[in-house]
Design a protein around this ligand. Structure first.
Ligand code: PMP
Length: 320
């Protein structure tokens, strides 16, 4: 991580910590040799699909969190994009574990990507090779350690989340993240830590790379998939944990007003994990700090990923 002064703002750059090898089209190649041509189709038009996965150091060795679910989602994203993945979900699962193992890292972020490669230009990608790469590198928490404890400050974005009639928000398509980047940078420029995007109906959709939850009168709420959000794997995990903990839950449309007047709010995501939101648009959420239900869910989530919760052991795929 590098902190730089840009236009009078302190900007945190999530710099890469290179590891040794990247899996590319079936082979492990040296990190600096995992290159692609400038006329790579996806680089120009954004039609590629990717995943963000974490491997955690557990009491029984490194384990990838919900690996198969991530690869199933990647397959679904490819289906939305009309892209045929040249590898099965099982092969991608094995390739991910091989990558982590080959790099001898215990805890890392994993980035699989499938993209139209070199050879075809023009919008129609038909006939193009689909290349697949999987990289893994150590990456700390996305919104900061302080953010995990004390919460972050979010801004309702001036950018609207893509509607399903424009791009499929349920898919991790590369181009969707141009919308996310606009929202993220706008929030940072206004002195906030993260953006929250509304959907076309004016309700809460999600963060640029996170799902949003609120707590009101002891009840956990999150926007439904129909509100145009990614089916987050952390979102799904938190819903299951909440049900197991006896916390009442509903997925329903949430207005901006409901968010402002929530008792608690938090983001979920592979990168952000479970990050409390202490303020939105300068208004305190609840007491302006991590709330008790957020803390309970967050602490359960962190013990699950450390491998100390036998009930959820099926979520950990050990890299042996
Ligand atoms: N929404 C968007 C737009 C995202 O990019 C992500 C990160 N993948 C999420 C939500 C959270 O999803 P997950 O918990 O699967 O990482």
């Amino acid at each position: 991580m590098i902190i730089k002064l840009v236009e009078n703002r302190l900007v945190i750059h999530m710099t890469l910590s290179p590891t040794k090898l990247i899996w590319m089209n079936g082979k492990l190649v040296p990190w600096m040799k995992a290159n692609t041509h400038v006329l790579t189709h996806t680089l120009h038009y954004g039609m590629g699909v990717f995943e963000g996965i974490r491997c955690y150091k557990t009491v029984s060795g490194p384990a990838v969190f919900r690996l198969k679910d991530h690869m199933l989602r990647m397959k679904k994203s490819a289906d939305y994009a009309g892209m045929k993945l040249p590898y099965s979900v099982e092969r991608l699962v094995k390739a991910t574990k091989d990558t982590v193992k080959a790099n001898r890292i215990e805890e890392c972020y994993i980035r699989p990507i499938a993209y139209y490669g070199y050879g075809v230009m023009g919008l129609n990608p038909e006939g193009s090779e689909v290349d697949v790469a999987i990289a893994a590198w150590p990456w700390g928490t996305y919104l900061g350690e302080e953010g995990l404890k004390h919460g972050i400050r979010a801004k309702i974005s001036k950018w609207t989340r893509i509607h399903e009639s424009i791009m499929p928000p349920q898919a991790k398509v590369v181009a969707n993240y141009a919308n996310s980047i606009l929202a993220k940078v706008d929030a940072l420029k206004h002195g906030y830590d993260e953006a929250i995007l509304l959907n076309m109906a004016g309700n809460i959709a999600e963060g640029p790379g996170e799902n949003v939850f609120i707590v009101k009168d002891g009840k956990l709420l999150t926007p439904p998939i129909s509100s145009g959000v990614l089916m987050g794997i952390t979102r799904d995990s938190i819903i299951k944990i909440a049900k197991d903990e006896g916390i009442s839950f509903e997925d329903k449309d949430i207005s901006k007003k409901e968010l402002y007047s929530a008792d608690e709010a938090f983001f979920t995501g592979t990168a952000a994990e479970v990050t409390p939101i202490r303020e939105v648009d300068g208004k305190k959420i609840g007491e302006g700090k991590r709330g008790p239900i957020t803390e309970k869910l967050q602490s359960k989530f962190f013990s699950i990923i450390k491998g100390t919760e036998p009930r959820y052991k099926q979520w950990l795929d050990y890299v042996k």
